[in-house]
Design a protein around this ligand. Structure first.
Ligand code: FMN
Length: 191
């Protein structure tokens, strides 16, 4: 299995790191592209640069490398996750404005009818943000806001990251044991 991971300049870079780490543990091949602001926010929020991420991805491409394999539909993948997805990248993908490798790769995933999971990050949301999400959902993307449930009683940030990672893996039908599934251990209050 082969997935494209796109990191844009929204807050919540830790979600992307958690996903990349888990995909590596599961032996899933990842192709990573970060926008310029994506790289900046990874550095600002997590203290990591591009080189630190090399161990987690099979390939890392430059955001302006429109010759990269993932820019073409002939390069087969199971799909792509944009995590976190800034409102700017959301607007670009929703409108087919492919001026960097991240937005071009997402455009390719949509045109090839592969799975696109978008993890938007902004609050509150304007009507423009909401319209762009609706447009992407209509185009077949899965809109998965970074809004994890708390009914499993997460104790720390890594628990919260694991919930989001688990939800994304579920969208691709990838087996994992990151989340407690409702009904498996009894409902809240029965513990
Ligand atoms: C620390 C930091 C956090 C940010 N968080 C968000 C965010 O959560 N959502 C968002 O839409 N933009 C956020 N931004 C602004 C985007 O980075 C900015 O709009 C940028 O142009 C997005 O470019 P990109 O989509 O090419 O990565 C943040 C910027 C900084 C510096």
């Amino acid at each position: 299995m082969r997935l494209i991971i796109g990191i844009s300049g929204g807050s919540g870079a830790i979600y992307a790191l958690g996903l990349l780490q888990t995909l590596k543990l599961l032996g899933i091949e990842t192709h990573l592209v970060m926008t310029k602001m994506g790289e900046d926010v990874v550095k600002y929020e997590c203290g990591l640069d591009k080189n630190d991420l090399r161990e987690f991805a099979k390939e890392i491409y430059s955001y302006d490398d429109l010759y990269a394999p993932i820019a073409s539909g002939t390069f087969k993948t199971e799909g792509m996750v944009i995590i976190p997805c800034s409102m700017k990248t959301l607007a670009a993908v929703a409108n087919g404005y492919s001026d960097n490798l991240l937005s071009r790769s997402a455009d390719v995933v949509l045109k090839e009818r592969r799975k696109l999971v978008v993890v938007p990050r902004e609050t509150p949301l304007s009507i423009i943000h909401l319209k762009n999400m609706l447009e992407l959902s209509r185009a077949g993307a899965v809109i998965m806001p970074a809004a994890p449930g708390f009914y499993t009683h997460p104790q720390c940030i890594s628990d919260i990251v694991a919930i989001m990672t688990g939800k994304i893996l579920d969208a691709f039908d990838i087996d994992h044991d990151l989340i407690e599934r409702w009904g498996e251990k009894g409902k809240v209050g029965e513990r």
